[in-house]
Design a protein around this ligand. Structure first.
Ligand SMILES: [Zn+2]
Length: 165
């Protein structure tokens, strides 16, 4: 008879075009039932799971956003890359380090700057979201990643205990 259970949590993130962003084990636990406090997830295990899940989800979302901005929206020409630099996306479930590419703008349209960074534009948009909406967004993202559907009312009620960075 087993004296413990081994928990291997596999995460698979797939784009709506079938692109696989993640297909890996994100958590491995060995849980015994020798003590009451060992039953179920501990707070530190739960936080670790949330942090790892957030890293994978944000990384996949950033990758899809960058891919959608690799080409000129007007003429479709592939944009030249001017390099990349590290950025950090701060969230209630931990910071996520990302590599942010910078692209040259296409010459077919006049622009104020020669280059742009899609992720900077994405995250600047996030900053403009009000604090309350940001809280809702975090919860909706959290529950969506766990496969739980939330209604607007539930998302609103679940926003109170969390601080948004
Ligand atoms: Zn163009």
């Amino acid at each position: 008879m087993p004296t413990a259970v081994h928990v291997h949590l596999q995460l698979r993130i797939v784009g709506d075009d079938g692109t696989v962003f993640t297909d890996s084990e994100i958590l491995r636990l060995e849980k015994s039932d020798h003590r009451l406090e060992a039953v179920g997830l501990s707070i530190s295990e739960s936080k670790s799971l949330q942090r790892r899940l957030q890293q994978h989800v944000v990384t996949a979302q950033a990758a899809t956003f960058v891919d959608r901005h690799r080409c000129c929206p007007t003429c479709g020409r592939h944009l030249c890359n001017k390099g990349k630099y590290p950025i950090v996306f701060r969230s209630v479930f931990g910071n996520v380090a990302l590599s942010s590419p910078r692209f040259y703008r296409c010459g077919c349209q006049p622009a104020d700057s020669q280059t742009f960074s899609p992720l900077t534009e994405l995250f600047t948009g996030f900053r403009q979201v009000s604090r309350q909406n940001a809280r809702k967004t975090q919860w909706v993202v959290y529950y969506s990643t766990l496969g739980i559907t939330t209604s607007g009312n539930l998302a609103r009620n679940l926003t109170k205990p969390f601080r948004v960075h």
